[in-house]
Every structure is written in C-alpha cells, then in structure tokens.
Design a protein around this ligand. Sequence first.
Ligand code: ADP
Ligand code: MG
Length: 247
Amino acid sequence: MGQIIAIVSGKGGTGKTSFTAAVSTALAQMKYRTLCLDCDIGLRNLDIALGLTDRTMMDFSDVIAGRCSLEEAVVRHPKLPQLYLLTAPVYVKAQQIPEEGMRQLLEEIRQSFDFCLIDAPAGLGQGFHLATDRADRAVVVSTSDNTSLRDAQRAVLELGHLPRGQVHLAINRIQKKVLRQLHQTIDDAMDTAGLPLLGVIPEDPNVPLAANRNLPLLLTAEDHAAKAYRNIAARLTGQRVPLMKIR
Ligand code: ADP
Ligand code: MG
C-alpha cells in the first residue's frame, strides 16, 4: 500500500511545488514508484518544476469523471522511469470535484504507487481539503519569516484529522546570515505548532534556475538545496539523516 503525503502551506510561494518535484525525484531515484499529484487547480505548475511541460493531456478530474483511466492520465518522466505526474485541471473549480471521486482516485493511487506527493494550493480553502483530507501525512512548507510561520501554524490547525507525528514542518530558503537568530525562531515555531522538523532547505539559486530550464533540480545539481531534498526523501522512507549544515 502506497503512502500519500500532502505538501501544504498557509501562505503562497513558500516552495511547495519545488519541494514536491525535488523530493519526488529523490524518491524515484531511490527506486520507489512515485506519483506527483498536482492539486493546485487553475494554477498548476508542477509540470514545469519536473520538466514535463507540454506532455500532459489528461488531468485528475478526467480520471474522476471516468473520461480516462489513471494509467492513461499519468505521464511518465522520460529521464526517471519511476517518476510520474498526474496534473491538475485548469478550468474546473475545487468545489466541482466530488469528494467521493477524489477518495476513489487516491485509493487507486495507493494500490499502484509507493509514494504519492500532493502539491496543494495556497490557502486553506476547498483545494486544501481536497489535497489533505485523505492523506496519510502532511508536510507544511514555510519560509523562516514570521508571517509564513504563523500561516504554517494555521495550516496545522486544519490538519487535526491526521495522527500525531504525521504532520511535519520543512523550513525553506534559509540563508546563512540569518541562521543564528533563526534557530530561536525555528525552535519557537516547532514548539508553538507542536511539529517535528522534517528538514531545512537553504536558499539556492539552482532552484529557480532548474525550473527556468525546465529540468528537475536533482538532475542538474548535487549540493545545497538538492542535497537537502534528498535528505528529506530519505527521512520520509524512515532513514535517520542528520539535519544539514547550511553553508
Ligand atoms: P509554491 O508552490 O509554494 O507557490 P514554489 O515552489 O513555486 O512555491 O516557489 C516559489 C518561488 O520560490 C519559485 O520561483 C522558486 O523557484 C523559488 N524557490 C523555492 N525554493 C527555493 C530555494 N530553496 N531557494 C531559492 N529559490 C527557491
Ligand atoms: Mg505551487
């Protein structure tokens, strides 16, 4: 049975899509059959971060409506045979996706993949619930600034249905020069939100650069953010990996 992990945040632009793409790539490279499910209805862009633009024809609403099968709708990555994408509809609203249909889709995904990472939309509306209601775990991605951390805490309050210990925090875009004062902020955030820290990801120009070149980050870089995402993937599979030093 596969594991479904929702990648969420309160605030937009914290790095959910980059996280979903990079951690999924790492899992696929570890030979886990991995599906990236774009749940950012209307604003989908996971295909760009994965280097799969123009390859998707059908989206998850087509599978739910029975217009095609799951197998027909997923796109396999040409360079990573274990990595697949199921994209989001552009002209459908989250409110129009039937909950029961989503439940059945995720059940089917569980049967045929080892991991499914769901890229959630920003905010805590219907799209957030679509992405998180049936997940096994959630990762809240936040930057280190206070507004983002506060929004992360709000997101956590919406995840009460998940078992304790299955909601994690990942702090993105950490810069070395703010690291010292950050330790305190991160500790406070973990205490207030009661969340275990899954990882810290440094600020790294390779993240936007890879997306601009339409290439998965992990196929173009080894260090910095790429390494942090690999560590996080390893932790999700149960390995113990120490937190990375930000240089
Ligand atoms: P979200 O999906 O939460 O809206 P994205 O993953 O699209 O966020 O990231 C928003 C922007 O921040 C993108 O331009 C992305 O390239 C950039 N970004 C994300 N993570 C990092 C990082 N660790 N270092 C530098 N830029 C990053
Ligand atoms: Mg996004």
